[in-house]
Design a protein around this ligand. Structure first.
Ligand code: ZN
Length: 280
């Protein structure tokens, strides 16, 4: 997979698939993206060993492109060359750390789900629009074998807003992550769920993303947020501002939180499924 991306870059760029264009510098950019997440993990691990967890020493934000969450162990796809979050999670897990990955990009992170599908040391939870590219992420996709219940999907209908996503976090994902008790929280922070985004139909606001991250960073001693999608530049900038603020402990609201929308029945169904895990 690395050789294939490298070869296309050497030839000046091209297409990995119909969606996934590469320029001559894309291979370097993708390696730097994955390396940035590894570097964040290394620095947080070193910092907390020497000085103990403290606000600002236990959070990192990786502003990287290309995104990664569609890249599977064997295939680059959906604008994603290498799965930066999965690479860091795999490294941490190999070191005996428990890792929760929560993906708030509007698309389902099929690649990340694939990597950890049958494992119980990495939890993958996603809130996304459904159906939508890449077509995965149904409610019933919950992992297999030892990993059953360590994959959590909340597939929201088009038009779903921040209140629905907050309910999905509060009623489904936060309880699942609390039961899992991770050492690390990795957030796939894609901003294409913003209502201004041209590629999807979700209705989040920039402030909603800050709320999501505030909820998630409370669940583990260390948090690394990593940029994924987001295709309206103003919305991506404002969402990134809210998330950077949340990671720094600041309550920044570049625009009002979004209110009611469809999809609560999905949240309730996911909560019922998740409660079964809690009772096992
Ligand atoms: Zn996306």
């Amino acid at each position: 997979m690395i050789d294939r991306v490298s070869a296309i870059a050497e030839h000046g760029g091209g297409h990995l698939d119909a969606d996934t264009a590469m320029g001559p510098a894309s291979f370097d950019a993708a390696r730097l993206a994955a390396g940035a997440v590894l570097s964040a993990v290394e620095q947080l691990a070193a910092g907390t060993e020497s000085s103990g967890p403290a606000r600002g020493d236990s959070e990192a934000y990786c502003l990287v492109r290309p995104p990664g969450h569609h890249a599977t162990p064997s295939t680059s796809m959906g604008f994603c060359l290498f799965n930066s979050v999965a690479v860091a999670a795999a490294l941490l897990a190999a070191d005996g750390q428990r890792v929760a990955i929560v993906d708030v990009d509007a698309h389902h992170g099929n690649g990340t789900q694939d990597v950890f599908w049958d494992r119980d040391d990495v939890l993958y939870a996603s809130i996304h629009q459904y159906p939508l590219y890449p077509g995965t992420g149904a409610l019933g996709e919950r992992g297999a074998g030892a990993g059953e219940g360590c994959t959590v999907n909340v597939p929201l209908p088009p038009g779903a807003t921040g209140n629905t996503a907050r309910a999905a976090l509060d009623e489904v994902i936060v309880p699942a992550v609390e039961r899992f008790a991770p050492d690390w929280m990795l957030i796939s922070a894609g901003y294409d769920g913003h209502r201004a985004d041209p590629l999807t139909g979700l209705g989040y606001s920039a402030s909603d993303y800050g709320d999501f991250v505030r909820r998630l960073m409370a669940l583990a001693p260390r948090t690394v947020a990593v940029l994924e999608g987001g295709y309206d530049l103003d919305a991506t900038r404002a969402s990134s501002y809210a998330v950077a603020g949340a990671l720094l402990g600041l309550d920044l609201h570049p625009e009002p939180a979004s209110g009611a929308g469809p999809g609560m029945e999905v949240v309730e169904a996911a909560a019922r499924l998740s409660a079964l895990d809690g009772n096992r």
